[in-house]
Design a protein around this ligand. Structure first.
Ligand SMILES: O=P(O)(O)OC[C@H]1O[C@H](OP(=O)(O)OP(=O)(O)O)[C@H](O)[C@@H]1O
Ligand SMILES: O=C(O)c1cc(=O)[nH]c(=O)[nH]1
Length: 223
């Protein structure tokens, strides 16, 4: 297991402290992709914890400026739904315009998929709460590009880090995924803090090592 950074440790600790990291092997979770999992990370809870929220936003901005740049982004776009409040907080901290991207066009009115004002050719950072296999990111990036924006980067607080396509499929589209922490970091912190009992750690580790098999055995998506 690679060395954990302070940022990853703090992120994983906060997510456990606010009980955003859920473990339910006996009644597994179904992801938006159709994958089945014994764990679920509910980053939406972050909005309700002001001190934890402020620390996570500070770390997000620090990572974005360090890895993407100080003057390389023109707007911050939140992905519907969970990404929207985080995009607002990050845009505010960075002094940048904010947008949000719908999962699909509204269907009436302006029939827009991008909401807010996006100047043609804007360099847009897509902000989301979390990435599993990255499928939602591809959809949001396509919408930004179809509306005339450029999108080469997406930021999430938590990246599962167990589905290779979350990196490779985005890279094929010229998009880099940035995250504060992965499940490998969370596993280490869970072990250190005793967040999960030993038997449960074994289950999580076996899922993280073979997520497709875990899902397939329970009738979920597995590719
Ligand atoms: O597909 P990935 O890019 O790996 O990311 C997983 C997506 O699943 C969740 O959203 P969900 O579809 O549950 O919608 P919500 O934000 O409206 O809750 C989460 O907010 C991510 O957008
Ligand atoms: O892929 C998903 O649907 C998903 C996984 C997860 O752990 N948390 C979440 O909010 N969505």
């Amino acid at each position: 297991m690679s060395k954990i950074t302070e940022t990853a440790r703090t992120t994983a600790s906060i997510l456990m402290e606010i009980e955003a990291v859920l473990f339910r092997p006996e009644d597994p979770f179904t992801f938006t992709s159709g994958r089945i999992s014994p764990v679920y990370v509910d980053c939406r809870k972050i909005i309700s914890f002001p001190r934890a929220r402020a620390k996570l936003m500070d770390m997000a901005v620090e990572l974005i400026q360090r890895d993407i740049g100080y003057e390389s982004i023109d707007a911050i776009a939140g992905g519907e739904t969970a990404g929207i409040p985080f995009a607002a907080m990050i845009a505010e901290r960075m002094g940048l315009p904010m947008l949000y991207v719908r999962k699909k066009p509204k269907g009436f009115g302006r029939d827009a998929q991008i909401e807010g004002y996006m100047a043609d050719g804007s360099r847009v950072l897509l902000v989301e709460d979390l990435a599993t296999d990255g499928g939602s990111k591809l959809n949001f990036v396509e919408a930004i590009r179809n509306a005339g924006g450029k999108c080469d980067h997406t930021f999430v607080f938590f990246h599962y880090g167990i589905y290779p396509q979350s990196v490779t499929d985005l890279a094929k589209e010229g998009v880099t995924l940035h995250a504060l922490a992965t499940w490998w970091d969370a596993l280490k912190v869970a072990e250190e803090k005793g967040y999960l009992e030993n038997d449960n750690l074994v289950t999580v580790r076996s899922f993280l090592s073979k997520p497709n098999e875990w899902s397939k055995d329970r009738g979920g998506k597995a590719d």
